[in-house]
Design a protein around this ligand. Structure first.
Ligand code: SF4
Length: 63
């Protein structure tokens, strides 16, 4: 699974980082960095939770 970010929606609030810090990181400028574009199998549950909790619906998973 790949993580897709809609940069036009992301406002750098960091909810995803708080849920899955191994995959998401918001830098000092408020820009979201992906530590992995392909979801590590052992982090899939956390990434799904991050996608669900993004208040701006900026994240989605693609095959
Ligand atoms: S939770 Fe959503 S809006 Fe916030 S940093 Fe993550 S992707 Fe961006």
């Amino acid at each position: 699974m790949r993580i897709m970010v809609d940069r036009t929606r992301c406002t750098g609030l960091g909810m995803c980082e708080s849920v899955a810090p191994e995959v998401f990181e918001v830098d000092d400028d408020g820009d979201l960095e992906l530590k992995a574009t392909s979801v590590p199998e052992d982090h899939l549950a956390a990434v799904r939770q991050a996608v669900a909790c993004c208040p701006n619906e900026a994240l989605r998973l693609a095959p």
